[in-house]
Ligand binder design. Sequence first.
Ligand code: GLC
Length: 730
Amino acid sequence: MHGSLSAGRIERLIAEMDLTEKLGQMTMLAASLVVTGPPGPDNPVTLVRTGKVGGILNTWGYDEIREAQRVALEETRLKIPLYFAVDILHGHRTIHPIPLAEACAFDRELWRRTARESAEEATRDGIQMTFAPMLDVCRDPRWGRIAECAGEDGYVHAEYAREKVVGFQSANPDPNRRLLGVAKHFVAYGAVKAGRDYAEVDVSPRALHEVYLPAFKAAVDAGVAGIMPSFTDIAGVAMTANKELLHDLLRVKWGFNGLVISDYNAIAELMNHGVAADLAEAAALALNAGVDIDMMAGAYENGLPIALERGLVTMAQIDEAVTRILRMKHDVGLFDNPLRGLEKVGPTPDNMPGHRASARDAARRSLVLAKNEGNILPLQRTTRRMAAIGPLADAQSEMMGPWCMAGDEREAIGILQGLRESFAGSEVIHSIGAHCTDEVEPELIAEAVEAARASDVVVLCLGELRQHCGEAASRTTPRPSRAQMQLSRAIMALGKPVVLVLATSRPWILPDWMVDGASAVMLAMFGGTEGGHAIADVMAGDYNPSGRLCISWPTRVGQIPVHYNMRTTGRPFDPDNGFSTRFLDSTIAPRWGFGDGLSYSTFQLGEPQADNKIIDQHGVTEIAIDVTNAAGPEGEATLFLFVNDPVALVTRPVLELKDFAKAVLRPGETKRVGFTLSAAQLTYPDFAMEPRLDDGRIDIYIGVSARPEDLKRLSIEVRQTAKARHTELV
Ligand code: GLC
């Protein structure tokens, strides 16, 4: 330990603390600059004086932080500094694309960069901790929080986790510009039944180990400072009290020695789960599972004294938690400088050099072009008149997404402004046409139809309101509102070219006529402060779209869950066999699937080569493939490397993503893209959930999407040396 708080000093400090002060350090309360859960005490700063608060969430800024910290340092007995935390999932003051959009960039450097920039901004506002990255793999667009995750794939989440943790915690050379990450929500929150938020979760141990845990393991391996258990249960064991996962797996097997911070009021909610008779039992269950900090439940403050009396917990457990908390405050520099990083003038997109440009780049890269019939895009700058129509055409607020805490929507660029800047020589008229509601307003539609009739091309901008997205925002059918449907029908009936821009927080279920009636479809989701510029940049050809879907867009809500990496079955779909897996009323394929996305260029792949066609259990093979920009402007290709294990101990996914890479190619240029594939990457959990490697053939697929027609295949063989060979067939 360096600085003013050695290990011995922590022990002496704890020895001085009474029970109230210890439980105070274990308590985090919410201020009210933003609301992220049920209301709590009026003002946590007044409680700071009592020593009952160790940290505050949902506040930031020079005056707020100084006053709260002054109270802690001048008006409490032990003068232990507070720490401050906010949910910074996609930007602090400069808002980046929502995670579900940014994941579509498949760009590790981008993911790290935006996290680093968020940390630069948040620390200037006096923040030391963010409840991010959110790592809940999700295959269900009915769940509003799908907006916060990186899509349907566990490997993508693991890569995203590492980059975000490094970006928040260590990428900035100045320690005062680093933010502590708290990976959440541990674990499998994205599998809530029916996509209904907070509902039960019942995933198999295999799904847990193959799909949901790897991202958290990656976060822990990257040194994440904290873990937040989810509100939910797993097979009846509430995560906030899940000792097997929070202690045995996380702390013992994985060696995690950071903080476990409950979700908002989650400890008290163990009583609603029906596993605690009162607050004392709830507090004891959480502490015994390894939860260090109680967020907003008052369970540790009011429940642990009774739990101690009942012998449900020990003072040693409390001291262990307080030690971790004090160590965190020391390591982040608060004992040396309780106002570390705080600046009198807070960050804005325009006073942080390069941040707005970076946000624009992030939004461009996150945007997915799903349809471009007749190459209507990019639009000609000589377009005489275009109509920007729809509730999202001029919606700065919605661009910011559901977890935009300090972002100022007045600084955001809407689609209309973006179009008017990019098409300065065109007349861009605007008509809202409808609201994001089911109530149809005929007069609005009539006005929009007139605007469209007078135009050469229509940019139809549909989407959701921010307040209908994110937490506690599940929908049985994620779709355009009825008013937007009516508007779309009326506009498309004119026969004008329509570019459909979807500014949503999740995949939508779209009627076939709406997709058919659009010449182009842009899946922009919520692009953040620079969302409107990014959409216009792609529309005008100033950026060649490179985004690829990290999440499938179902054709029908009844397909949910639908994702690219489903396990094979005993009766795989066969169009010529009625006794194969299928729906009578729909395809089994999503409308747009994982890896889908169009470019203005045409990329062609050569035949993949592997330098080692046979590898043992320590083996590595270098795979190379040529990619050519065969037509169109300079563009960026995304190459995916999947594997399939055709004969294994258990059924395997038809495709498993193991790597992805980008290649920028000038027109006509060919580049060789290399991947390194190790035997360790080919393991999967055996019956005991321990890594298993099979001898035999492994099929490798490389493509610019996961569509069979886009995939190039080669096979290698695993041949383990005798001592490691798994020959038993159980
Ligand atoms: C919320 C969310 C969690 C967030 C926390 C603090 O309820 O579940 O993701 O970090 O409360 O805002």
